[in-house]
Design a protein around this ligand. Structure first.
Ligand SMILES: [Zn+2]
Length: 188
């Protein structure tokens, strides 16, 4: 961001009175332009034990596989955003069941909120940001072509949760965190 969205004048980094961090402040109207982490919502969903993944047709990491996820829009709830992204990217109609992973990637100022869910039908269709959508059997997951390492760790945990019939919840960062057991929520 270079120019003030209020008056169009140039911005400079400075610490506003009463603040303790440098912000982009307008040199003319003094408007403070805060920059904060962005929220990405998505879901890991399955159909009869097969996991829904889509292949990215956009940067970054074009061609890598990922669970459907994207930036939350203003005015949406977290669950609405997760379902919209899944619908747009994969065409899938999903019932969200619970939170599955909440983590941040501090290096790029993003917060991920990933739900788990079950597809209501096996229908899938790649959206404009995807080159391909597929349901993967556990043995077929393209581990070496996933979007980023934390995605692989989440999918490994998901597969093992599905196999033993009990789900967990991860909270932490993209590199380290805590896995909690969810005792009463069985796999359906
Ligand atoms: Zn201004």
């Amino acid at each position: 961001m270079k120019y003030c969205t209020e008056c169009g004048q140039t911005l400079e980094w400075k610490t506003p009175a009463g603040d303790n961090l440098e912000r982009l402040v307008c040199t003319s109207c003094a408007a403070v332009h805060y920059q904060n982490p962005r929220i990405i919502t998505g879901c890991v969903a399955q159909w009869q034990g097969r996991v829904l993944l889509c292949r990215r047709a956009i940067e970054p990491r074009t061609g890598s596989w990922t669970v459907p996820a994207g930036y939350m829009e203003n005015g949406e709830s977290m669950e609405q955003a997760a379902l919209r992204e899944a619908r747009e990217e994969t065409g899938a109609d999903i019932r969200l069941d619970a939170l599955y992973s909440v983590f941040d990637i501090q290096a790029i100022n993003q917060v991920y909120i990933i739900y788990r869910g079950v597809m209501r039908s096996p229908h899938i269709a790649a959206g404009v940001e995807c080159s391909e959508v597929r349901l993967f059997e556990p043995a077929e997951i393209p581990w070496n072509e996933l979007f980023y390492p934390a995605m692989g760790e989440m999918l490994e945990r998901y597969q093992s949760d599905l196999a033993r019939g009990r789900f967990t919840l991860y909270t932490g960062t993209s590199v380290s965190g805590r896995v909690s057991s969810i005792d009463k929520d069985q796999v359906q």
